[in-house]
Design a protein around this ligand. Structure first.
Ligand code: HPA
Ligand code: ZN
Length: 343
């Protein structure tokens, strides 16, 4: 009988909701601050772990944007990317769709080209050296203006082939999807795939989710847990096969519980949940930990954990042939893992 922890650890994995700026571990932040001559608040340096102390979305975002200030050069973005890949390769992660926030950097005077060239170089090396396939999703910061999002889209134009889709993140409060309808329409016209955060338990969560799926036409919702709040939304997600990228450990920090029973309900309702790490350095957990929390808190069977991973590969935005190959490898793994002990 195989132990469920080993089953999770050895499973080939994909994640679709991970912010590359969120892999900045405290030690790496200090190193980059030192080499770039950035002065961090005194207590940060004395107690690196205390830098990552927050209990809701706004306080998390404050910590995240402070962390971003150490990212200056192309090498910083390359090193940030490689820090992620060299960690998750040990978790058997083979595929990632990775968010990046260009406006968090261009508003500080860092060029768009610096950000994307460093990240892209890391992607190429990760594929060649570690066998990890990844794609970039450019997120607009929803607490900035729609005009600023349009500027980011223009800056991305020379790198169109390096960016698979666009998303929307940062503080949702008073920043509904509708604010960005035009820029998402422009992105769709240029062939970008569409996703968008609808964070957990926001003011007007349900309205925002309807706007995202009906007015904007996204293929998936990042988080999207509150789709369970309305029967009509549950039916819509199930019938239109809209994906949900749930982040259990992030939820613990931001809303005080992992919401893994909700993942179980999504599966039971025929919706399409996945499990993801969001900002793993800040939330102190990569994919293995997130899957373990979802399994434990949600009381999920091995089959259900396998289904979550099948959802991730199936709704990924890679080519059909690569998708088939990833799914076949996962199915081989799941078929060989009979009799997993969940107790
Ligand atoms: N929600 C909103 N903004 C974010 C997140 C998130 O999960 N992670 C990084 N920026
Ligand atoms: Zn996120």
């Amino acid at each position: 009988m195989q132990d469920i922890t080993a089953f999770i650890e050895q499973m080939p994995k994909a994640e679709l909701h991970m912010h590359i700026e969120g892999v900045l571990e405290p030690e790496l932040k200090l190193q980059m601050a030192a080499r770039n001559g950035i002065d961090l608040p005194h207590d940060s340096v004395d107690d690196p772990a205390a830098m990552y102390d927050f209990d809701d979305l706004p306080t998390f975002l404050d910590a995240r944007y402070e962390g971003d200030t150490v990212l200056i050069t192309e090498t910083d973005f390359y090193d940030l990317g490689m820090a992620y890949y060299s960690t998750v390769v040990h978790e058997n992660l083979v595929y990632a769709e990775i968010f990046f926030d260009p406006q968090a950097h261009t508003t500080r005077g860092v060029e768009f080209s610096t950000v994307i060239e460093g990240l892209h170089r890391a992607q190429v090396d990760a594929e060649q050296q570690l066998g990890i396939e990844s794609h970039l999703i450019m997120c607009f910061l929803r607490d900035l203006s729609a005009e600023s999002a349009h500027e980011a889209l223009e800056q991305a134009a020379p790198y169109r082939d390096w960016i698979i889709g666009v998303g929307l993140d940062s503080d949702e409060h008073r920043n509904p999807p509708a604010k960005f309808a035009d820029v998402f329409a422009a992105a769709a016209a240029e062939g970008y795939r569409l996703t968008m955060h609808c964070d957990v338990d926001q003011e007007n969560s349900v309205t925002h989710i309807w706007q995202a799926i009906d007015d904007i036409g996204v293929e998936r919702i990042d988080h999207g847990v509150n789709a369970l709040d309305e029967r009509a939304l549950i039916r819509e997600f199930a019938s239109r096969r809209i994906g949900q990228t749930v982040c259990p450990i992030s939820n613990r920090y931001v809303v005080g519980e992992s919401r893994s029973r909700d993942i179980k309900q999504m599966l039971d309702e025929g919706m399409r949940p996945t499990v993801n790490s969001d900002d793993p350095a800040y939330f102190r957990g990569y994919m293995n930990d997130n899957l373990a929390v979802a399994q434990r808190d949600g009381d999920l069977s091995a089959e259900e954990v396998g289904q979550l991973m099948r959802n991730a590969f199936a709704m990924s935005w890679t080519t059909d042939s690569r998708k088939r190959a990833h799914l076949a490898a996962l199915d081989d793994y799941l078929a060989a893992s009979t009799g997993v002990d969940g107790d």
